[in-house]
Write a protein that binds this ligand. Sequence first.
Ligand SMILES: [Zn+2]
Length: 330
Amino acid sequence: MFETSRRSLVLNAAVAAAALGLDRSLAIAAPKRGRRTSDPARGFVRYKVGDAECTALYDGVWEKAHDPAFFSNATMAETKQALAAAGLPTAFVPIPITVFVIKLNNKLVMCDAGGGDQVQAYNPDSTFVSGRLMAGMNAAGIDPNKIETILVSHFHPDHIFGLLAKDTSAPVFPNAEIIVPAAEYKFWTDPATIDRVPKARRPLARRIQSVIPKWKNVLPVDGEDEVVPGIRFVSAPGHTPGHTAFHVSSGNEQLMVSNDTAYVPALCASHPGWHGAFDQDAALAETSRRKLLDRVIADKMMICGSHFPWPGLGRIARDGAGYAVTVSTS
Ligand SMILES: [Zn+2]
């Protein structure tokens, strides 16, 4: 998540700054609210997709204060209503962060890296927790040094800051090959992007440009290649220029790691036409969302998402004009 559409830059600049807190000079006083939900008792959940062993790892949660600019075409009342309809808290928007590790064909693959305890809740009515990933890995018996490949969906902080050490930006996974969508890499590493993105985004672009191109273990991949045996990139642009989902196939089973295509399903899957402030191109994001969700239904896949209710794995079906995601809680 976390991007503003060009059309509503002015309106959303404050929201973007709120979401990111990337520049310490932008940071304001500590949140006046404490956490209202607690971490799950166990930071990992394991399940099978064919022969693939998938582990959902809890990284944190953004308890996002409601704000009228969150969707350009839905009110705060409608947003609260949609959360209530899904049985979620309505006092804030609950946005958990889940990272998935997949063991398939003897390879250990991680999907995104969480926020690395480096994403702040700029809005004092919000809280943002991230960086629980390592504790979850430890509890799950996964050695981070054994991760061979990391697939990156897009370059927003809650997905890539876990790759960077907090103060030094040193690589946290120096032994892994980091496969990224070429379109995403091109956008964020283009020097011209710094002037094109909203002010609050510039520290993110600068941090990416000062670090990622220097790493020798980053591989930009174009299109929808099979990036590791059994896992294919699926282009789903709009949220960001190169936003990508991951399709996992093993035996007769398939899993779509949808990343931020339908980030909070109670909102974005139930109401696929709602245009979120954090979708860089909201119309394109909607097209990608409908296409991806339709495919998941047609092919009877399982689906998971970075911000689905913990532990992030579910099934999806059509529901009126939208889609309903049922997340299994075990
Ligand atoms: Zn996200």
